[in-house]
Write a protein that binds this ligand. Structure first.
Ligand SMILES: Cc1cc2nc3c(=O)[nH]c(=O)nc-3n(C[C@H](O)[C@H](O)[C@H](O)COP(=O)(O)OP(=O)(O)OC[C@H]3O[C@@H](n4cnc5c(N)ncnc54)[C@H](O)[C@@H]3O)c2cc1C
Length: 353
C-alpha cells in the first residue's frame, strides 16, 4: 500500500498516529494508530487486494458529526473523501443528483437550491457528508433523506465488489437504515443519488417551527430558497455550532412507545407532549423528557446539556469520550427513573467502553 510504485498510481496511503480531534465535531481527543484517507473508489479496491479487510474491520469516518469516540480507536480509520457531483435531467420535471460520499451535505443542498432543484431544502445545514446521510436516514423539519433517495453505491468489504442499493433495499426508518444495524461495517457507501424536482416543487412547511418562522417573516408563498433560508435561520438560532462548541447534534433518538404505555404515562403526566405515528405507537420528544428531568443547561465537569436544546450534549472543553458517555448515561437513567422511558443514543458510539 505504501511503496513507491503505489504512490505513482495514487494508491491509498496508510498514515500512522493521526490526531482525530479536528475530525469529530464533539472535539474529543483521540489518535488513530492507522488512518487512510480514501479519495476514490479505486483506493477501496487496492485496500481489498492487499488483504486489508481480511485483517481489519475498520472504522468508517465521514464528517465525524454523528459519532462519539470513546478512547483511541483500536482498528484502522478509513476517512471517506470521495468527491464529485453530477446532475442528470431525466425529464418530467426531475433531475438525478449524484454525489461522491465525501461531498459536504449542506454544500449539496445549497447547490440544489441555487439550481432550482427541490426536495432537500428542509435538510439544510445538517453537518456531515453525503455518504453518511443514508446511514441514519437524516431528517429535519418534516423531511427525511428517504423522501428523495434514488440509490447509492456501496463497496462490499467482504467481497471487494460494488453494489447498488435502491430505496426498498435500505430498510430506512426513523434515524435508521440497515447500514446502521445488521449491515453495519459490511458496506462502505461510495456515492449517493438523489431524485429532485426541477419544477412543481412539493414544499413541506407543516413543521411548526418552520411555519411559525415563515408567518413571522410574512412569507406566504415560499420558494425552495425561502425554505432553505428559514431552516438555516432556525437551526442557527437554536443549535450550537460545532465550530464554537463541541457537539454531535441530538444525542438520543426520540423514544417510541406503545399506545397502551402512552395512555398510562399520559394519565400520570398530563402535560406530556407526543406525536401519534401511523402505526398507532407514540413518539415522545426526548428533549422535553430530558428538560423535565432537570438536565437542560446543566454542566457536570467538562460536559453539559446545551442551554437552548436539552437533547444536545456539549463538550465544554477537554471532555473525554468516556466522560461524555457517562453524562449521557446519567441522563438516560434519570429519564428512565422519572418516566419509565428508555432513551437510545442516536450518535454512534465508537470504541470499547
Ligand atoms: C449541530 C448538529 C446538528 C445535527 N442535526 C441533525 C439533523 O437535524 N438531522 C439528522 O438526521 N442528523 C443531524 N445531525 C447528525 C449528523 O449531522 C448526521 O447524522 C450526518 O449524516 C453525519 O454525517 P458525518 O459525515 O459527519 O458522519 P460520521 O459522524 O462521520 O459517521 C456517522 C456514522 O456513519 C458511518 N459512516 C460515515 N460515512 C460512511 C460511509 N461513507 N459509508 C459507510 N458508513 C459511513 C460512520 O461509521 C458512523 O457510524 C447533526 C449533527 C450536529 C453536530
Amino acid at each position: 500500500m505504501n511503496g513507491k510504485s503505489e504512490a505513482k498510481t495514487d494508491a491509498p496511503v496508510l498514515q500512522q498516529d493521526v490526531d482525530l480531534t479536528g475530525l469529530n465535531t464533539m472535539r474529543v481527543s483521540a489518535t488513530a494508530q492507522q488512518f487512510v484517507d480514501v479519495k476514490n473508489k479505486q483506493h477501496l479496491v487496492e485496500l481489498f487486494k492487499s488483504g486489508f479487510f481480511e485483517r481489519h474491520t475498520p472504522i468508517i469516518l465521514g464528517g465525524g458529526s454523528n459519532l462519539l469516540l470513546v478512547g483511541d480507536p483500536q482498528s484502522p480509520v478509513l476517512k471517506i473523501s470521495i468527491g464529485g457531483v453530477k446532475i442528470d435531467d431525466i425529464g418530467n420535471g426531475h433531475v438525478l443528483m449524484k454525489a461522491g460520499a465525501g461531498e459536504n451535505w449542506h454544500g449539496l443542498v445549497v447547490q440544489a437550491v441555487e439550481k432550482g432543484y427541490g426536495g432537500i431544502e428542509n435538510l439544510a445545514l445538517i453537518p456531515g457528508t453525503a455518504g453518511a446521510a443514508p446511514i441514519q436516514n437524516i431528517g429535519a423539519y418534516g423531511v427525511e433523506l428517504q423522501d428523495c433517495f434514488e440509490e447509492l453505491t456501496a463497496f462490499d468489504t467482504s467481497t471487494g465488489t460494488f453494489e447498488t442499493f435502491k430505496r426498498a433495499d435500505c430498510q430506512f426508518a426513523y434515524r435508521d437504515s440497515m447500514f446502521k444495524n445488521n449491515q453495519r461495517g459490511v458496506y462502505i457507501i461510495c456515492d449517493l443519488t438523489l431524485r429532485l424536482r426541477s419544477k412543481n416543487h412539493r414544499l413541506v412547511t407543516g413543521y411548526k417551527a418552520l411555519s411559525d418562522y415563515l408567518d413571522r417573516e410574512n412569507i406566504h408563498q415560499p420558494t425552495i430558497r425561502d425554505i432553505c433560508n428559514a431552516v438555516v435561520a432556525i437551526r442557527r438560532s437554536k443549535l450550537p455550532d460545532p465550530a464554537d462548541i463541541g457537539n454531535a447534534g441530538s444525542f438520543f433518538k426520540n423514544p417510541v412507545i406503545s399506545a397502551k404505555r402512552y395512555r398510562k404515562l399520559k394519565h400520570e403526566v398530563p402535560e406530556l407532549p407526543s406525536y401519534k405515528l401511523d402505526s398507532g405507537d407514540y413518539k415522545l420528544p426526548a428533549a422535553w423528557l430530558i428538560d423535565q428531568a432537570g438536565w437542560k443547561g446543566k454542566q457536570v465537569g467538562n460536559v453539559g446539556s446545551y442551554e437552548n436544546q436539552a437533547l444536545v450534549l456539549v463538550n465544554h472543553g477537554g471532555a473525554t469520550g468516556r466522560e461524555i458517555y457517562a453524562h449521557a448515561m446519567r441522563i438516560r437513567d434519570s429519564v428512565q427513573e422519572r418516566f419509565g422511558v428508555d432513551l437510545n443514543p442516536e450518535v454512534n458510539i465508537i470504541g470499547e467502553l
